[in-house]
Each structure stands twice: as C-alpha cells, then as structure tokens.
Design a protein around this ligand. Structure first.
Ligand SMILES: [Zn+2]
Ligand SMILES: [Zn+2]
Length: 409
C-alpha cells in the first residue's frame, strides 16, 4: 500500500485523494484531468497539530522500487521500500517507517508555513545502505548499481523547538533528550521553500485535443495527431511512438523503450559487436550484424526479475523492423509507467543481463558509458492466454499476474 496525498482539484477545488505514484489527477466532479509535474522530487508535508509553533520541516527520502546491482560475477536485484532521513542531525528518527501511511500528506507549496531543511545526504548513498550493498566491499566487488523507482520523493517531518529540545509536531512530544542549538538548525535551513507542484492541462500541444491518461501514466497519447508526449521542465515534449500491429479483439499493446546507443568502453556500436562481445551462441549474417545496436527496456513497472528477463530477451532478439501502423488503437493499451530516464539508467544492467559470459563484460561496466542516438516508444502486440500475455511474433511471454501486480504495486 502506498501513501495517500490530499489535493484539491486545480479546476473546481473539490477535495481529492491521490496515491504517491499518481502522475495524473482526475477529478470525478468536473471530469478534468491534469498532469502533475515537479522540478526534481515530489515533496510532501505531513499534517501536524502545532500551528502555534514555528515549524521546521525535516526532509526524508521516500523510495520504493528496485535496486539492480552487478558484482564481478552476477547481476542481482533487491526491492526496497524506505523513508530515510535526508539530513544528518542528532536526535531525529533515522526512518519514518510506515508512519506517513497513518495520515494523509499534502504537497509542500511555496506558501507552506515554517522553514524547510535542505536535503543534504546523497540519495544514492542512502539507497545503497538501505539495500545493504555495502557488505559487497568484501570478496565480491560491487561494479555497478541502478535504482529503478516506483516512487522517489521527499516527505517532510514537522518539528519545533521547545526548551532547547526538538519536538515532533505530529505527536507533540520531545524527540530526544539532547539539546539542539540555533546554529545546528540555522545552518541546515534551505534558502527557499520548495516549489509547488504544477498541474498541466492535458491538451495536445500539436492539435489542442484532449489527451487521456491513466493515473500512473508518464506518457500521454494524442489519438488525433498520433503523437506521444512526456513532460520535461514543465512542458510537453514529443516522443516518437510506434504501434507495431493492427488491433484485433484481444490484443493488448504493451510499451517498450527502444534506445539506440553506442556503448563506449566495451566497443559495441552494432548488433554484430553486441553478439561478439556478449558471446551470444548464434550466428548472424552481415546485414543484421551491421545494424546499429538498440536496447529494449520495458516501459512499465514490473518485478525486477521479469524486468531483466524481458529486457534481455527483446534486446537479444533485436527485431529489426517494427511494422508501424498509422492509427492509435482505441483500447487495450497498457500505460507507460516507467519513464525514459529510468530505462536509460538501466542500460548497463540490460547489457550485463544479456551477456552470456558475465566475466567478460561485468568488469568493464565501471568504464562503460552510452551515447544515445535515438529513442522511441514501441507498443508491441500481446495476446491474452489464461496465465500469460504472449507476443506471437517472438514467442516472448509476460506473466499476467506480474503485469497486474506492477499496476498495483
Ligand atoms: Zn474538479
Ligand atoms: Zn494532437
């Protein structure tokens, strides 16, 4: 279960409840949808009962998602779910645990009362520690890690000072017996309060049509001009979208990111390079071998093991030609819930997972980098069977339960 956020409809003011994973706010009263956008993290405050006090908001990193990591011999993953302090200050709880679940949070806004502490710890360090990856400093060397989040945001714990001691403003009681100085607090205060989240009307920038999206979608489709859009710096930005088959009654279109990139440090420019460097047990002809290498990543949230399997299978398959159709299907489209940025973060992991001889590739990961040439969103057709969704062209299947699980994580 995720945390609940209270927010008024930006259009009609009706009080609504959101999940921390939602990117689209849908108002059942006025039927208007808005895309929510924040610069950096989404930031939430917790309700308190100390309105008469001068409140200080202390940042906690909220992360729920997968950590993928490579040692010199294997590619592994862990699921973590944390809300950990983002500042070093004696006396504050290290973790909020599941406490925010017991109350409804709100977005922090420019006019939220009180002062905000800066988030000063490194998110990657907090996550590495939470996943207990530090123990790999022993015999196995940790060569690479990637964090693919369901949720990555900041929750602020409200506190105040009374008689020189920090007090929890929700429970109205002292957090620690030790005294805290003005200096301890002042040196950690941010210059300004966090920026408010923006609500962007979901009108296609190209043709002005209404775009529809499911609550967790990060990409919106315009079925009038057949374009896809995500949001960068508060503005819609176009994404190339390909539907690779015509719709039939039971087709479900599932989205994948196709990222064409040169891998520096391992010298993979073409599919031929990839087959050779990763020791694939098959032979390809010159024509296929000379094509620029593309990596395929699921564009939806799914359990880490399935994520790796799908990415590996489709990447190794390296389907050359996706038959584009020039109509967006009217139904059966699985939403994009994994942003392109996160798929890019996963490239090294996809490469490592695809390698047959792991020992040849994994030690090269620290010096590997990707130069991205092209990226697009491909919707591949799957057919529903009793337990699986099957892509008939490749025979690759996705367990239905894990796909549905990904939707409700
Ligand atoms: Zn409304
Ligand atoms: Zn349009």
């Amino acid at each position: 279960m995720g945390f609940v956020i209270e927010q008024e409809c930006p259009q009609c003011g009706a009080p609504l409840e959101l999940s921390e994973r939602d990117r689209i706010l849908t108002c059942p009263h006025c039927d208007v949808q808005s895309y929510m956008f924040a610069h950096g993290y989404f930031r939430y405050i917790l309700p308190h009962k100390a309105a008469e006090k001068e409140i200080i908001h202390i940042p906690y990193l909220r992360f729920r998602g997968n950590i993928f990591f490579c040692t010199n011999a294997s590619v592994d993953h862990r699921v973590i779910d944390i809300t950990q302090a983002g500042v070093n200050l004696a006396g504050i709880p290290i973790s909020l645990g599941f406490r925010p679940q017991a109350m409804k949070a709100r977005f922090a806004r420019g006019d939220t009362a009180g002062r905000f502490m800066k988030f000063t710890l490194k998110a990657a360090d907090i996550l590495t520690k939470a996943a207990r990856l530090t123990s790999y400093e022993g015999s196995d060397v940790l060569l690479h890690r990637a964090f693919i989040g369901e949720t990555m945001s900041i929750f602020y714990l409200p506190v105040y000072i009374e008689n020189g001691k920090l007090h929890d403003a929700i429970l109205k009681r002292a957090l620690a017996e030790s005294f805290v100085s003005e200096e301890d607090i002042d040196s950690r205060i941010a210059d300004k309060t966090p920026e408010s989240v923006s609500f962007i009307p979901m009108l296609c920038p190209e043709c002005g049509s209404d775009m529809k999206g499911e609550r967790e979608s990060v990409v919106l489709l315009c079925d009038n001009c057949l374009k896809g859009w995500d949001v960068k710096n508060g503005k819609f930005s176009e994404i190339e979208v390909i539907f690779s088959a015509k719709q039939s009654n039971d087709t479900i279109f599932i989205p994948f990111w196709k990222i064409t990139a040169q891998a520096k440090g391992v010298d993979i420019d073409t599919f031929g390079d990839f087959v050779r460097v990763t020791n694939q047990p098959f032979i390809i002809d010159k024509r296929r071998g000379s094509r620029a290498m593309s990596y395929i990543s699921p564009a939806f949230k799914i359990r880490p093991k399935m994520f790796l399997n799908l990415a590996r299978q489709f990447t190794i398959m390296q389907m050359a030609d996706y038959d584009p159709v020039d109509i967006i299907p009217s139904k059966g489209i699985h939403p994009v819930t994994l942003p392109l940025m996160e798929a890019v973060q996963a490239l090294k992991i996809i490469l490592a997972a695809s390698a047959v001889m792991k020992k040849n590739i994994l030690p090269l990961l620290p010096q590997t980098s990707f130069e991205i040439n092209e990226k697009c969103l491909i919707y591949l057709p799957f057919k529903k069977s009793r337990f699986d969704m099957i892509n008939e062209e490749t025979g690759i299947s996705i367990n239905r339960q894990s796909l549905e699980f990904g939707m409700t994580l």
